[in-house]
Design a protein around this ligand. Structure first.
Ligand code: AMP
Length: 301
């Protein structure tokens, strides 16, 4: 893995998982996954990552090695007796539909992180997809936060709407896919969804539109960014998390929203080219830069 030496820090909280993935042609068990894992591996390409998460005593040594290599600080990684969070997903032929086969919280049920002094001082915080109460608890401990990015999923929109609204109200950037945006706002059109979501607090709403790219609603402005075309999608799991990790690390580096989305999109395109974390983990800075060059040409086109 190649990482760029950097003095910028990104604090990331989310799930660390052992995933089971089924596609039409393949099935893999116990893959290293989770929202925080993908986000960390993506963000580590250009910033120092401080990871907040929990694993069980079944977590493989290879996974620990990857987390160690991808982070600058694991002082808030807990390992407890019990099972690591696990999730199973099954993709349909067109990749557009994903069915959740199971979600087992395992040690996440008892996770109540108390941030170390160093992590409390984080200025860029990425709340990757996890229960909104946990996102809020981490956020409340970050007294020096300057930039807060949040991602979520349909499950929390269904079951924890009020808590989710509360945590969103403290955020600067909301990442949400187009189906979740419709579910959350009960509005059909992206422009209306952007307006409703901005009214919750964040000035920047990024609606993720899968293979169609992403839309950024920032103040009164709308920008669109396309995708780096991938001929052979292998496993889309984690694309949204890598997208978020790439955005967070670029913002930590002082880049603007558009450049941050371009970085996130490049990392997302790498994620879907292989099963689990492999392709994004092994990607070179040169390859990421090449993809970013292409993505810049798609801005508002
Ligand atoms: P994405 O494909 O970007 O939506 O993210 C997929 C990752 O999210 C997988 O690696 C899962 O382990 C993780 N995940 C799935 N469901 C949940 C959940 N309820 N809470 C936290 N992480 C989850």
């Amino acid at each position: 893995m190649t990482t760029v030496m950097s003095s910028s820090n990104t604090l990331i909280v989310g799930s660390i998982s052992l995933d089971t993935i089924e596609t039409v042609s393949d099935r893999k068990e116990s893959l290293l996954g989770g929202s925080a894992t993908y986000a960390t591996i993506a963000a580590a390409k250009s910033s120092d990552v401080h990871l907040v998460g929990i694993i069980g005593d079944d977590f493989p040594p290879k996974g620990i090695q990857i987390l160690e290599e991808s982070t600058a600080d694991l002082s808030n990684l807990e390992q407890k007796k019990g099972k690591t969070f696990s999730w199973g997903g099954k993709y349909a032929k067109d990749w557009d539909n994903r069915e959740t086969l199971f979600t087992e919280l395992g040690v996440f049920k008892e996770f109540n992180p108390i941030l170390t002094e160093q992590n409390k001082a984080a200025s860029t915080v990425f709340l990757a997809n996890i229960h909104p109460a946990l996102q809020l608890s981490v956020l409340n401990q970050c007294s020096k936060r300057k930039y807060v990015i949040i991602d979520t999923m349909n499950l929390w929109i269904d079951t924890e709407r009020e808590k989710l609204k509360e945590v969103i109200s403290f955020c600067d950037v909301l990442l949400i896919n187009e189906f979740e945006a419709e579910q959350f706002t009960r509005r059909k059109y992206h422009d209306d969804q952007g307006t409703v979501l901005q009214a919750l607090g964040p000035q920047n709403i990024i609606i993720k539109c899968g293979s169609k790219g992403a839309k950024l609603y920032s103040g009164h402005r709308l920008d669109t960014i396309g995708v780096f075309p991938i001929k052979n999608v292998i496993d889309p799991t984690g694309a949204g998390d890598a997208f978020g990790g790439g955005i967070a690390s670029s913002l930590a580096n002082g880049e603007n929203m558009i450049e941050s989305i371009i970085n996130g999109s490049a990392l997302a395109s790498l994620t879907i080219e292989g099963f689990g974390i492999d392709t994004v983990y092994n990607s070179s800075i040169n390859e990421i830069e090449k993809r970013k060059e292409h993505l810049r040409t798609t801005l508002n086109s």
